[in-house]
Design a protein around this ligand. Structure first.
Ligand code: FAD
Length: 392
């Protein structure tokens, strides 16, 4: 039986492991954490991500765990509309928001019994070449397989060894995410409850109702480095930075507890790896998810692209045998995924420049341009999403 080792049990690794197992591979999933656990936050699933998930596991019940994403528009901190909300035409794959605990549960449920999960295993390197199948190394143990899938995030040691040109660098932002549970969510008026996006000078606040589960998800972004302080102090800082912003920004921050807060330094890979696939003997290694194409979060596409990666990999490797067939599939994976992710990364960086605008003139130019820019940018993002379909 064909064997695969998947490194990392984040969203990318879980999706890839389940997909390969369903295509008949025997899979070992290695995770450095003591357990497979979702961060206590949420994310947007754009139509491309939803389509990829449905193609990976049609039984996954994805729409049952996701809430529709209303278009809450874009405002200035004083509440003035930069872009008023529009009604989204009903589509079968409209964007949705999902709590990561629900998403991880569904991905884990999709692993089946052909996936052996080993936690507490930190992979430190990869062995390729010498005509042998690839192997990942954890301390002194080697895990060899026909296919190694590196889904171990932006600091992937496997990518560092195979694509040292791709460096993980700061994007110039810090981000904070939180989910306020339903019972602690403040009472919001209809317009406030729809959520939305607010852009200040180097600051951004987005809130989204989790209508199916209850509660509100928010993500705040500020220019500058990640903060070293305790969550309680960081929350106090956020309340200060966003004080005076229109309702319900302050209300949501007031209802947030320090333990709700998920602070992150926003980082990206620059440049992207020159390839996402590498042969070794009759097998090879592929990079998937943030290990391949970590990017700033402004278009909310990182995980969606990881699901696309997994769907593409599953499709290309479904019936291939180790040897030339597998090599051709690995090459095809790299050729399909690198241009696609490069385009999305380019769009994301443009969006970063909009969010990062600071200074009176830059802000005035941004606000004036936003009405045209946002539909164009988001239109493009939606176009990207609409353009992608799972491979047969
Ligand atoms: C603020 C913010 C908001 C975002 N919002 C969205 C959104 O709305 N929509 C969207 O699609 N994307 C969003 N993203 C991006 C998304 O979160 C990432 O793209 C996604 O989490 C990447 O998943 P991954 O599995 O590739 O990597 P990770 O989530 O980093 O998972 C890697 C896994 O590998 C494990 N691991 C790491 N190193 C090793 C090792 N050496 N050995 C073994 N295991 C290892 C880790 O413990 C982890 O479990 C957002 C990102 C941020 C920062």
């Amino acid at each position: 039986m064909r064997t695969a080792v998947v490194v990392g049990a984040g969203m990318a690794g879980l999706a890839a492991a389940g997909a390969l197992a369903r295509a008949g591979w025997r899979v070992m999933l290695l995770e450095r954490g003591e357990r497979v656990a979702a961060p206590p936050t949420a994310m947007v699933l754009w139509p491309n991500g939803l389509r990829a998930l449905e193609s990976l596991n049609p039984e996954g019940g994805w729409s049952a765990i996701a809430s529709p994403l209303p278009d809450g528009g874009v405002r200035r901190p004083d509440g003035q509309w930069l872009v008023p909300p529009r009604t989204r035409a009903g589509a079968c794959h409209a964007p949705a928001v999902v709590h990561l605990e629900d998403l991880y549960d569904a991905l884990v449920a999709g692993l089946g019994d052909r996936v052996e999960i080993r936690t507490g295993v930190a992979v430190s390197g990869v062995r390729v070449g010498s005509g042998r199948r690839p192997a990942v190394v954890d301390g002194r143990t080697e895990h060899e397989a026909d296919l190694v899938v590196a889904a171990d995030g932006i600091d992937s040691p496997v990518r560092r060894a195979l694509a040292p040109e791709a460096a993980a660098v700061g994007s110039g932002f810090a981000a904070w995410q939180a989910v306020i549970p339903g019972w602690r969510t403040p009472a919001l008026t209809g317009e406030q409850a729809a959520g939305g996006e607010t852009l200040g000078a180097g600051y951004r606040f987005v809130s989204i109702p989790l209508s199916r589960r209850g509660g509100v998800y928010w993500v705040a972004t500020a220019a500058g480095a990640a903060r070293p302080e305790s969550p309680a102090t960081q929350l106090a800082l956020l309340r200060r930075w966003f004080a005076g912003w229109h309702a319900p920004v302050s209300e949501l921050l007031a209802a947030t507890e320090p333990e709700d807060l998920v602070p992150q330094e926003v980082r990206e890979l620059r440049p992207l790896p020159r390839a996402y696939g590498f042969g070794s003997g009759p097998g090879g290694v592929v990079l998937l998810g943030d290990a391949a194409h970590a990017m700033p979060h402004h278009l909310g596409q990182g995980a969606c692209l990881a699901f696309e990666d997994a769907a593409t990999l599953r499709s290309l490797t479904a019936d291939v045998a180790p040897g030339p067939e597998l090599h051709a599939a690995i090459d095809a994976y790299s050729r399909a995924r690198r241009p696609r992710t490069t385009t999305v990364v380019r769009q994301t960086r443009r969006m970063s420049a909009v969010v990062q605008a600071r200074g009176r003139l830059a802000l005035r130019a941004r606000d004036a341009a936003l009405n045209q820019l946002r539909p164009r940018l988001l239109g493009h993002a939606h176009g990207l999403a609409a353009d992608w379909n799972p491979p047969d």
